[in-house]
Design a binder for this molecule. Structure first.
Ligand code: ZN
Length: 163
């Protein structure tokens, strides 16, 4: 089962709507708790390097940066999401063949209907897709400060050394 805060669901859906008709993709990172399960906490929208209505692909450099960042923060990619803009929220054959995180929740959002969206979550392990329940929880307390980090906006002068 995927437990996820409502504001994170809203953020994923908003990203999917914004990039429609192209597919949108991203990650929600989070720490692994003492019970061994990871909580989705940090919303990280990514660029769809393929800029395609039928396919998504993380930019390899962005992805490398993200994994370094998560390593440094003791985070894991809890949710890996993308949108389908003309079809149902179910992993395509390509999605299944590219799924490489057996511990991640693969979230799919469909924006094919302008009024309502589908929001579904799957485990994809060794090419086998298993749908799981999604429990949307309210945020326990207001989050201080911005929770979004648009990593693709940080590729400019921030990369230069400070000295
Ligand atoms: Zn897909």
């Amino acid at each position: 089962m995927l437990q996820i805060r409502r504001d994170l669901v809203d953020a994923i859906v908003a990203h999917a709507r914004k990039d429609h008709p192209d597919e949108a993709c991203g990650v929600i990172a989070g720490p692994v708790g003492s019970d061994g399960t990871a909580r989705p906490e940090r919303f990280i929208p990514m660029l769809n390097a393929a800029r395609s209505p039928t396919f998504y692909e993380f930019d390899s450099l962005d992805l490398l940066k993200l994994y370094r960042e998560m390593d440094a923060n003791d985070e894991v990619p809890v949710v890996i999401y993308h949108s389908h803009t003309a079809t149902e929220a179910y992993p395509s054959r390509t999605d299944i063949s590219y799924a490489s995180e057996p511990d991640a929740h693969y979230v799919l959002v469909s924006t094919r209907d302008p009024e309502t969206h589908e929001f579904r979550s799957y485990r994809i392990v060794d090419g086998v897709v298993t749908e799981e329940d999604v429990e949307i929880v309210e945020a326990a307390s207001p989050v201080a400060g911005p929770t979004e980090s648009y990593m693709f906006a940080n590729t400019g002068s921030d990369d230069k050394p400070d000295t």
